[in-house]
Design a protein around this ligand. Sequence first.
Ligand code: SF4
Length: 182
Amino acid sequence: MLLHACCGPCSMYPQQVLKDQGIDYDMLWFNPNIHPEFEFNRRLENLRLAASHYDVTLHEEGICMEDYWLSKEYLSEFSSRCLMCYDIRMDMTAKLAKEKGFDYFSTTLLVSPYQQHDVIIKTCEDKARKYGVKFYYHDFREGFRKGQQMARDIGLYRQKYCGCIFSLDESEFKEKILKGMN
Ligand code: SF4
C-alpha cells in the first residue's frame, strides 16, 4: 500500500494499524498546501522521523505552493479550498500508487476528527476509479488521541494549524506560531 501522510503525528496511529494488520506499506509525502516553507520543512522532517520509527520507506514529492494559494485560481474549479487541497493530494497519491505498482492507497487524513472525513472518502473513491488502483479505507479517527500520545512519546513536533496560509491566518495561535518560527 502507498499511505499518503500529511504529517508525522497523524501517521503514528495509521502506521500502527497497518503494522498490526500485517500490511506492507510505503509512505508518501505530498503536501504542497503547507505554508510557510519553514513549516513545510519542519513537518517533512518530523514525518521522516515517524517513518524511520517504523522502518518504512518514505517517498517525497512536491514543494510549497504559496503563490497558487494566493492566486485563488483553484476556486473556479472547486467550491472550497479544502476540496481542492484534498483533490490534489489524493490525485497524486492514487497516480503514484498506480505508477509504482502498489495495490492500494490510503491517507492519514482519515485519522483527524478536524478534517472533512466523508469528503476525503469520496475524493479517494473518485481517484481510485480514475487511476484503477484500490482505496483502502479505515476510520482511523478511533485512534486520534492515541496517535497524538504516540507522537509525544517519540518527541515529534505537533502543529497547531491545518497547514495552508488561510488556516494559519485563522488560528488563534497565529502570533505564537509565527514567533516559534523565528
Ligand atoms: S484548512 Fe487544511 S485541508 Fe483545508 S485547505 Fe487548508 S490545509 Fe488544506
